[in-house]
Design a protein around this ligand. Structure first.
Ligand code: BV8
Ligand code: ZN
Length: 246
């Protein structure tokens, strides 16, 4: 159990692991490989410049897959905790899927973007837009009115993650930092736990997942197990205490 008091402010970072029980493969689960490419090779501006159709094949496959999955109890547990804590709750995900929102989470920061959003590659001023287009055989990549190609609105390797200011501010004032289903390899997300600890030594840091992450040394507590099983019974909030003991 993780006791959460009236004064606590909770920062949650999720990774691919929270969506594993929903049927979406993790990057490590795929050994970081798509077809014969390392994911960093496809999800990068270099790949886009060299072969934009290959990049759209990668994201089109994932868009089709995302239409077939549902949230799992791990997503629902976090949506409930948000309900209870209100603005004392901050959810930052590295995932591009929309399973947190489908489970009822309202304020989700997608630091690496969203699978169903696209934008103009030229940054011509047209804002990112909702999009579930997929590349079918022989099709051409859609063009923006300015003539630029439409690309996924995703943070690729070598690109700056989204919402870093809001994330830094939330890390600044959290009293509980929790990471769920993330291997602690990809930066800057892997450094958030260190950042939270460095600022204030009373921050409680917890990891939830079936195996220890690479940045395990920075977590006070590790709850080993699938997040869909661990999260629903993890939080002891004031409300759950009153519910329990009336
Ligand atoms: C940047 C969108 C500058 C695309 C993604 C410092 C040192 C070394 C390298 C770097 C460095 N700084 C920057 C880099 C380069 C790079 C990087 O980190 N490279 C890695 C390979 C070393 N980082 C960047 O380029 C970043 N940009 O740094 O810009 C900057 C920095 C700071 C401030 C401003 C600017 C941009 C990185 C983002 C790239 N885009 N996604 C797409 O999805 O197609 S990253 C992508 O991979 C995911 O979003 C996620 O972030 C990462 C995968 O990691 P995880 O989510 O952790 O998943 P993984 O599969 O690894 O692990 C799954 C875990 O789940 C496992 O631990 C497993 O045990 C667990 N699990 C399994 N089953 C379950 C479970 N857990 C719970 N329940 C279960 N049932
Ligand atoms: Zn444009």
């Amino acid at each position: 159990m993780i006791p959460i008091g009236r004064e606590d402010r909770v920062f949650i970072l999720t990774g691919a692991g929270i969506s594993a029980e929903s049927g979406l493969p993790t990057f490590r689960g795929m050994n970081g490989i798509w077809r014969t490419y390392r994911v960093e090779e496809v999800a990068s501006p270099v790949a886009w410049a060299r072969d934009p159709k290959l990049v759209w094949e990668f994201y089109s496959e994932r868009r089709r897959r995302h239409h077939t999955v549902q949230p799992n109890p791990g997503h629902y547990a976090l949506a409930r905790l948000e309900e209870e804590l209100g603005d004392r709750f901050f959810l930052c995900t590295q995932n591009v899927d929309r399973l947190h929102e489908m489970a009822g989470s309202r304020r989700v920061i997608h630091m690496h973007g969203k699978i169903f959003e696209s934008r103009c590659e030229r940054g011509c001023g047209r804002p990112p837009f909702d999009d579930d287009w997929t590349l079918e055989n022989g099709a051409e990549i859609p063009l923006c009115a300015c003539g630029g190609k439409i690309r996924p609105h995703i943070c690729w390797f070598g690109e700056t993650p989204f919402e870093m200011e809001r994330i830094a501010a939330a890390l600044e004032n959290c009293t509980v930092f929790m990471a769920v289903g993330t291997s602690g390899v990809v930066e800057p997300a892997a450094s958030f736990v260190r950042y939270a600890r460095a600022r204030w030594d009373n921050v409680r840091t917890c990891y939830i997942g079936p195996e220890e992450p690479s940045n395990r040394a920075f977590f006070d507590e590790v709850f080993l197990g699938p997040s869909g099983e661990v999260l629903p019974q993890l939080f002891a909030t004031e409300k759950s205490a009153t519910d329990l003991h009336g």
